[in-house]
Design a protein. Structure first.
Length: 479
């Protein structure tokens, strides 16, 4: 029997109206846990933790933080050594860190030939990685060991030795902080239920911070050198600047490599010491640089073949004489010290000695001489043909240029005063570095520890300096 459906009479008078609620687009929220990260962590580690907490695809990660380019496929991996492939403001906002901290997570700000010294595969300390820490400066190949654990930096999975690309790629998105081949977890404390990651604190954090600042201070001046130059006639790219960058990188790499082998923390830097300490006034103001009748002060008596260096004019010879006089006033004759200490050639252009084998004053004098004269001239025997003062050449190349309104004679006087001041200042800096090394029972004397070019960059010329310059006396009137 069919029973027709009946509609209640009170319902037939009212039509059903859909209920429309106001809506708004809510931005996506992500889990970050900034308290799990440490200062100075690499961007590889920060993005790995972020990927582990949110389980995003590679495409989603690239859309969030990377600069999209038509010539770069996301699946091929985005280089985590350079910061210009990522949007720093997005990274800082997404990871809830400062923009400076985001920049510190990369080796260099942009693409540069110096990146050839940074590994394209992950280099890590096993002890640090197990605690959930990795620093970007671990990627530089001249860093050989972890300063905290003392273990040698290694690459590849510690179980199956599979390579770990230092890129934002599919493995980082699908298998964060674990091996994509064998599944081994690299940070066990964060992968277990209710797991967490403790940041590096206290003394360990201060050690990592010191190394981060030291490596950055050494690398950033090189990274600031433009590497694409064109010939004036053909307008083609020339490799000269690339060769210069390679030379600078090699010198800095040797110095940092030896420091990393010998010390837990790097010695105080030149910028750190000049900001902290007060250096005495220039020796020129005390009248200590004077011409003695028993010394040959003529500029035509030089220790190197001038014909081999035609670009060095008489002004350089005058400045080199000031360098000699100040060195004698400060330390006496240092020429017989270095050949005694260096019996065999050193491929690192450095002198390494135990503190009981060398007096602190001798170490200070040798370090000062190597900074201003160079390793070859400081350590060469008397019978070997010498070179000009290479440190002085670097100092002259970085001092301010002479203003048009200042006469050459007055500017030469100003330059002589600056040079004498920097010579004494560098001796004081070397004495502080030697004190640091003496407490650790080993001396490392390398010219890169105190670079005269950096001292020259501290000088700034102002309009009022011309009033303080004394007028040059006419030699005819002196007679």
């Amino acid at each position: 029997m069919n029973i027709p459906a009946s509609i209640p009479p009170e319902w037939s008078d009212h039509a059903w109206q859909p209920l429309v609620l106001p809506t708004r687009i809510v931005p996506a929220r992500y889990t970050t846990r900034p308290e799990w990260s440490s200062d100075g962590e690499s961007m590889w580690m920060r993005l790995s933790k972020f990927s582990l907490l949110n389980r995003l695809s590679l495409h989603a990660l690239v859309v969030l933080v990377a600069v999209r380019s038509s010539d770069e496929a996301p699946h091929a991996g985005m280089d985590l050594r350079r910061a210009d492939r990522f949007v720093l403001t997005r990274l800082a906002s997404l990871l809830e860190i400062a923009q400076v901290a985001a920049l510190d997570g990369f080796c260099l700000p942009c693409s540069h030939p110096a990146l050839a010294w940074a590994a394209t595969e992950l280099r890590y300390c096993p002890g640090c990685l197990e605690q959930g820490f990795h620093a970007a400066w671990f990627q530089w190949q001249f860093i050989e060991r972890c300063p905290v654990h003392g273990s040698r930096l290694r690459g590849g999975c510690h179980k199956c030795d599979a390579a770990i690309p230092y890129t934002l790629d599919g493995n980082l998105a699908k298998h964060p902080l674990s091996c994509a081949h064998c599944g081994t977890s690299w940070v066990p404390g964060i992968n277990r239920p209710a797991g967490r990651c403790e940041p590096v604190k206290g003394r360990l954090a201060r050690i990592f911070k010191r190394w981060q600042i030291h490596v950055a201070d050494a690398m950033m001046p090189v990274a600031a050198i433009p590497f694409a130059s064109r010939a004036q006639v053909t307008r083609r790219l020339t490799p000269q600047r690339g060769i210069g960058i390679e030379i600078r990188m090699r010198c800095r790499a040797r110095s940092i490599q030896l420091l990393n082998r010998l010390y837990e923390v790097p010695p105080p830097s030149l910028a750190e010491l000049t900001d902290r300490g007060r250096v005495k006034p220039a020796m020129v103001g005390k009248g200590r640089i004077v011409r003695s009748p028993d010394e040959d002060r003529k500029t035509d008596v030089i220790d190197w073949a001038r014909d081999d260096w035609p670009q060095l004019h008489d002004d350089f010879l005058e400045y080199e004489q000031i360098l000699k006089h100040v060195g004698r006033d400060l330390f006496g004759d240092t020429r017989p010290i270095a050949p005694m200490r260096l019996r065999v050639p050193d491929r690192y252009d450095a002198i390494v000695a135990h503190t009981h084998d060398m007096d602190p004053d001798q170490a200070t004098a040798l370090g000062w001489s190597m900074s201003w004269y160079g390793f070859s001239r400081t350590c060469a025997p008397e019978q070997v043909r010498r070179m000009p003062a290479l440190g002085l050449i670097g100092w002259l190349a970085n001092v301010p240029h002479r203003p048009v309104e200042v006469s050459p004679d007055h500017w030469r006087t100003r330059m002589s005063a600056w040079l004498a001041q920097d010579l004494e200042r560098s001796a004081w800096v070397w004495s502080r570095i030697v004190r640091f090394m003496r407490a650790r029972r080993k001396y490392l004397l390398h010219a890169q520890l105190v670079r005269p070019a950096e001292l020259a960059q501290l000088h700034q010329y102002s309009q009022g300096d011309t009033q303080a310059l004394p007028p040059m006396k006419n030699p005819e009137n002196q007679r």
